[in-house]
Design a protein around this ligand. Structure first.
Ligand code: UDX
Length: 460
């Protein structure tokens, strides 16, 4: 495996994971960040984000001397053969990615890059950014490579170490292959492309996954109307290998720091190039509808209106296993309920402070325990799929609540146990189950039986 001296600019969740994992692969890594306090914290081995396995990896890198943290981008690139840009590319307000930070850093470090260094974009950047960076850096000896990440928050270290593929794209095949060589310790295919293709692979992959989820959430809406169960439907669909069983779980809509921003950004890229791509707008629209639907389920569960009523929210982060609240569907649902006058009390294992939802709206009062959140609540709503919620004693929750309906927007709870405790359970994409109902189609995905039917010859 080729060893390299690596600089990583930006110690957010992508940069930090990339730096720590590259150090684990044997490279000398220096991570630079503008935030001096963060650099100090990381230099002491304190990891400010919730990411499984990352503190251990950072500690290991620091102890081996292969991982260091420094203040500033210029300090980080000294002696580096490879410079990864892991910088924020937020929504610029019109759906387009705002590249000001990327370009400012490139302009800053350009003159100080080592001879023949390779500059690598890791953050998700629009098509054409590699070309723009090449123009900004004005160094014929410096090649620019697009090497998008496919890390999921919460499992980023595992994703990095066991990738489905590594994608590297550049005008310079030699530079792309040199970057791919940094990952030689991992057993996965390496996809070498043009810079434009690599940039689009990332957007297309994220938007496709978001589209898959929007599709499933619309199927869930239909299932509710016709009395079907989305868990059964996706189970049957997912067995078709062309569809695949992953990313088919219905819920309160999708969120996080990537999907909403990237789906909108790809729509803007298509628009800018005059390419009709209606699926992208529909993907975002149907996500808004999924959030509207869950809010409406809660209103119905509260008797038609939530005004002045206390609603308990179990889960606030955009998914389980992370403390990230960015574009969280839970908060989108909360905002809709707050708009309708609800009093919101929330609990989330990773959130320890009251949360402002949107400007002008009251905060969600955050309590330390799911039972405390349920106290006096008219409706209990499960919004994030933290496995701990499935362990809560639902009889106790029922005893302290003012109401008897759970809206389980993640289809997480054991419906039979909930109904046994006196709850009516409204799930997403499946029939509502009430005490006294036969426990018919309340199976969770995991409980679905596979019935093998001995197949006769079809002659095909
Ligand atoms: C995503 C991509 O998966 C990753 O490849 C990319 O690099 C960054 O964006 P992440 O934002 O961490 O990762 O979230 P992910 O695990 O993909 O979940 C996104 C959203 O979809 C969450 O709100 C999650 O709850 C939701 N989701 C996911 C579902 O509703 N159902 C599913 O079956 C899967």
């Amino acid at each position: 495996m080729g060893q390299g001296r690596v600089a990583v600019i930006g110690s957010g969740y992508v940069g930090l994971t990339t730096g720590a994992c590259l150090a684990r692969l044997g490279h000398e890594v220096v991570c630079g960040d503008v935030d001096a306090a963060k650099v100090e914290l990381l230099s002491r081995g304190e990891v400010p984000i919730l990411e499984d396995g990352l503190p251990e990896l950072v500690a290991e890198g620091l102890a081996s001397g292969r991982l260091r943290f420094v203040h500033g981008a210029v300090a980080a690139i000294s002696g580096a053969d490879f410079v990864f840009l892991c910088l924020p590319t937020p929504d610029g307000g019109d759906g387009r990615a705002d590249l000001r930070i990327v370009h400012a850093v490139v302009a800053e470090i350009g003159p100080f890059l080592e001879r023949d260094a390779v500059l690598i974009t890791k953050s998700t950047v629009p098509v054409g950014t590699a070309q723009q960076i090449t123009a900004t850096v004005q160094r014929p000896d410096v090649a620019v490579v697009s090497n998008p990440e496919f890390l999921q928050e919460g499992t980023a270290v595992r994703n990095f170490m066991n990738p489905d593929r590594v994608v590297v794209g550049s005008d310079s095949r030699a530079a792309a292959e040199a970057v791919a060589g940094l990952y030689d310790g991992l057993s996965c295919p390496q996809v070498v492309t043009s810079a434009e293709s690599a940039e689009l692979i990332k957007y297309a992959a994220n938007a496709f996954l978001a589209m898959k989820l929007s599709f499933v959430n619309s199927v869930a809406a239909l299932a509710e109307e016709v009395g079907a169960d989305v868990g059964e439907i996706t189970y049957g669909m997912g067995m078709d290998e062309r569809i695949g069983s992953k990313f088919l779980k219905a819920g309160p809509g999708w969120g996080g720091s990537c999907f909403p921003k990237d789906t909108k950004a790809l729509a803007a890229i298509a628009l800018d190039h005059g390419v009709p791509f209606p699926l992208l707008d529909a993907t975002t629209l149907s996500n808004d509808q999924a959030q509207d639907r869950v809010a409406e389920m809660v209103r119905q569960a509260a008797g038609g209106s939530v005004a002045g009523k206390r609603i308990a929210l179990w889960g606030l982060t955009f998914k389980a296993g992370t403390d990230d609240l960015r574009d969280s569907p839970a908060l989108e649902v909360a905002a809709r309920l707050a708009e309708s006058g609800a009093e919101l009390v929330g609990h989330d294992p990773a959130v320890h402070r009251d949360l402002p939802i949107k400007p002008g709206q009251p905060t969600v009062r955050v309590v330390a325990d799911p039972i405390e959140a349920a106290e006096g609540a008219e409706v209990l709503v499960v919004l994030t799929e933290w496995p701990q919620f499935a362990e809560v004693d639902l009889e106790v929750a029922r005893a302290v609540s003012a109401g008897d309906v759970i809206v389980d927007a993640r289809n997480l709870l054991d419906t039979a146990a909930a109904v046994g405790a006196g709850w009516t359970v409204v799930g997403v994409g499946r029939p509502t189950v009430r005490p006294g109902d036969p426990a018919g189609s309340a199976a969770t995905d995991a409980q679905l039986p596979v019935v093998e039917v001995a197949g006769g010859e079809t002659g095909l």
